[in-house]
Design a protein. Sequence first.
Length: 158
Amino acid sequence: MDKRNKKGQFVKTTGSTKRKKVQYKGNNMHRYQRVFCKVLGIDKLPRELMVHHIDEDTLNDDINNLALMTFTAHNRLHAKDRKVWNKGLTTESSEKLKKTIEKAVETRTKQKFEEFELTHKLREKGLTLQEVADRLDISRRQVSGRLNRYEELKPKYS
């Protein structure tokens, strides 16, 4: 729920009033996730599962209001109420969809190129693949892949 000031303007909040976070055995999680973990007797929910508020009141963390489901099932559940602007369209039939996808891909590629460039600069400084991987908190294989991709994209973005 968005807050407004006396003039009716939206006021930015940190969100801390919406959903309470807790920490348990080194895991940061929402309070409703911890409630479900207690019931199941586990420390952390598996990555592929999420907790859904049945009555859609995210402040109601009663176990009877919570359901465990996959992200796909949760998205399907909420998608029933919303109209999707691109339903049934393809990039061949819709110029708008084609341009939207092209723009998203271009933006993402440019952002990735900046990561690749950073990886390349660290490697140029004489760091080994493992040292670069440790510094960027990624695997050596990812470093190698970034360096190869950097060479491919360099002419386009340099």
